[in-house]
Design a protein around this ligand. Structure first.
Ligand code: NDP
Length: 397
């Protein structure tokens, strides 16, 4: 039994709150805090039963965080605010002796750069304090790392080729919207492509490499090679990997909007002066785009995210495909949030459960694939994200 403090009351925070409240045998006290307290109150009310306490906090401000942590005394913080807050929350956790979990790696506000170096630099501090930090515990990163660890543990002597495939075949009925925080999402998908091959990173122009891939229960979707943060930790933790890539599906309509947004300067992350006021174009864009947390109501279709792996077992080559499909409608019915928030929030809750059950607890800073995948995989099946395996199939990649 333990107490958690969830920080961030967006789409993902909402799902974490619902799922944590569904598991009272593990989580006996829950606080939800965010910049706007009314959003926390709305979620707490939707969960019902006075199960969740709420608070206001500016997570960019370490003294404010410290004050909240000292008042609440949680065992673990589940950080589902934005990646910009990772380091301030980790600092406050260290100051108050609290364990830490997040779903996205730190990014500096002024530079779109996905790297673990800033958070890995906290390794000694967490180890010396006897505290656990679990990094990247959403779906991707998160479940994709656990899937890889599970494959390496049970089915291969050596994993050599990894392709993470992320398909969203949902339809929210809007001309253009992002499925999670627009600023983070647009920064992620407009950067250069990058993948690991033969011991080094290979760079591509954005969306330069693409190919039609078949997704279970969905069919063929054009999939684009992009850089995604879990590749960095996976190639470090599985040095046998000769190649590691990440593919995401995008519709033509989405890509056209994205191109226009970039061409007209609305994806810029540097401030511009408008009528004497400094505004950051991508932040202004976020204010006028649909709120991802409110896309759920009319969202149909499903997501399909998985790992396609090739390697060696008993001297022979074998292939393995493990995936989960998640229905936007079912996610909305259960939590009031769409499938992308659901597939992120459920694993964050399971990671917290693994920590509180002493299954994922060791001093230091770790990516999810460094823990035992088995108890986590068992919970995915129980908590709404069942997975499926295919052996010795054509991986298309
Ligand atoms: P939202 O933008 O919907 O929600 C973010 C929440 O964080 C908002 O409630 C916001 O408050 C709050 N917040 C922002 N800044 C601060 C601050 N300084 N202090 C306190 N609270 C703050 O994002 P999502 O819910 O879609 O995503 C949450 C996280 O999940 C992101 O880090 C995202 O990168 C990650 N993610 C990870 C995925 C994975 O698979 N690993 C997939 C999808 C998302 P306010 O409402 O006041 O703005």
């Amino acid at each position: 039994m333990g107490k958690v403090l969830i920080i961030g009351a967006g789409g993902v925070g909402r799902v974490v709150a619902f799922k944590v409240a569904q598991n009272p045998d593990v989580f006996n006290e829950i606080t939800l805090a965010s910049r706007t307290k009314s959003k926390c109150d709305e979620i707490a009310q939707a969960v019902g039963g006075n199960k969740i306490k709420t608070a206001r906090v500016d997570a960019d401000n370490v003294p404010e965080l410290v004050e909240l942590l000292k008042a609440e005394k949680p065992d673990l913080v589940i950080n589902v605010a934005l990646p910009y807050q990772d380091l301030t929350i980790m600092d406050a956790c260290l100051e108050c002796g609290v364990n830490y979990l997040d779903t996205a790696n730190y990014e500096p506000l002024e530079e779109a750069k996905f790297e673990y170096k800033w958070q890995w630099a906290y390794q000694d501090k967490f180890r010396n304090a006897g505290l656990t930090a679990i990094l990247g515990c959403g779906f991707d990163p998160g479940v994709t790392g656990v899937f890889t660890a599970y494959a390496a543990k049970h089915y291969f002597d050596e994993i050599q080729y990894l392709d993470i495939v992320d398909c969203n075949a949902g339809d929210h009925g809007k001309a253009f919207a992002t499925n999670f925080n627009p600023e983070i999402n647009i920064r992620e998908v407009t950067q250069k492509g990058k993948y690991w091959e033969n011991g080094q990173w290979v760079y591509t122009e954005p969306h330069e490499i693409h190919k039609g891939l078949h997704y279970p229960n969905i069919g063929e979707k054009e999939s684009y090679l992009i850089y995604h943060e879990e590749l960095e930790s996976l190639v470090k933790n599985f040095p046998s990997l000769k190649r590691a890539r990440f593919w995401m599906t995008f519709g033509q309509e989405y890509l056209t909007h994205l191109r226009v947004i970039q061409n007209i300067g609305m994806a810029r992350i540097d401030p511009v002066n408008y009528n004497g006021v400094e505004i950051v174009p991508i932040q202004f864009l976020k204010a006028v785009l649909p709120n991802p947390g409110e896309l759920g109501e009319n969202y149909t279709g499903e997501t399909s995210i998985g790992c396609r792996i090739r390697g060696i077992k008993d001297g022979k080559e074998r292939t393995y495909y493990i995936y989960n499909n998640c229905s936007h409608e079912a996610a909305y019915k259960e939590t009031g949030a769409q499938g992308v928030s659901y597939t992120t929030g459920v694993p964050a809750m399971i990671g917290a459960m693994m920590f509180l059950k002493n299954k994922w607890r060791k001093p230091g800073v770790f990516n999810v694939e460094e823990f035992n995948p088995d108890p986590f995989m068992e919970q995915l099946n129980k908590q709404g994200l069942p997975w499926h395996e295919l052996f010795d199939v054509d991986l298309e990649l």
